[in-house]
Design a protein around this ligand. Sequence first.
Ligand code: SAH
Length: 357
Amino acid sequence: MSATPVVSQVDSYNREKSQLITPLVGASVAELTAWVQQQGQPAYRGKQLHEWIYQKGVRSLADISVFSKQWRTEIAEVPVGRSTLHYRTVAPDGTVKYLLQLADGQIIETVGIPSDKRLTVCVSTQVGCPMACDFCATGKGGYKRNLARHEIVDQVLTVQEDFQQRVSNVVFMGMGEPLLNTDNVLAAIKSINQDIGIGQRSLTVSTVGIRDRIRHFAQHHLQVTLAVSLHASNQALREQLIPSARSYPLVDLLAECREYVEITGRRVTFEYILLAGLNDLPEHALELAKCLRGFQSHVNLIPYNPIQEVDYKRPNRDRIQAFLNILKQQNIAVSIRYSRGLEADAACGQLRASKRG
Ligand code: SAH
């Protein structure tokens, strides 16, 4: 007979078991049902677990009061997969920036953006970002790793709980390049859609463009919006701002975007940061219009948000308006997106997982 006390036997059993299990957040009813059945429990426990994870926001399985005491003790160590709040700050416009700590200690940023009836969450897909775009704070801090499915889904649950309001929209525009982490992003989209219940049309994935990945993404025939960070109207300018443009030229990117439209029947959103004196001249607007002629697309102009390391400038309102007007005259669908959360360093391009920029 073993001399090991029962409690620590249970502990080591749990530790071994939990290593075999990926964290539960992000799992579907079917996956959770299969898991509870593996544990010798009846199938309906899967539905209960699903409800506790996505609706009640349980952080430890030990707290699920509808489960028997004994089973709860057994599964207490199984990771639910929730992050812990490291820091939270509110900008004067109501935008909330969260620094969330992951199980391995890494920190990511998430932003909650309330407006009228909407609550939009801007989620990160990587810790840091390897793309190193010159105007973006995230790239300045380097790249650590991809986020797992549960780490992406957790961000939506966290904002939903904090606001005590249902999230209406999710934009994959936080730290990282989503299409370098396509599998986990696709899995997270599925869960956000089916488990949290947010319509695919209310989700937007933003990419700087990775060769072949836009086509691959299109082949999943999702209803989500694809946003492509263009930022330049010609190859030379784009290379200057985005290092990866050298190996993946603008013509190739635009060709792949056209394929996306053909495959999905959905238009593409093009994001274009306006940098004073650099890419905001009338000739750039005309050049951009030429690139996009006959293209089922929408242009989102994003006035540059300042970051410390570089001295780009945001154009004044007249210049922004002039750029917009030229595109409109050229029959390009276009709008201006003034980022929220500027004062909390929570705006587009300012996310660097630190308390201040
Ligand atoms: N890697 C993805 C998603 C993250 S960035 C992408 O590049 O699309 C989300 C958006 O914010 C992108 O369009 C990005 O180019 C933009 N952005 C980055 N830095 C910015 C800044 N300083 N000011 C305004 N927008 C910025």
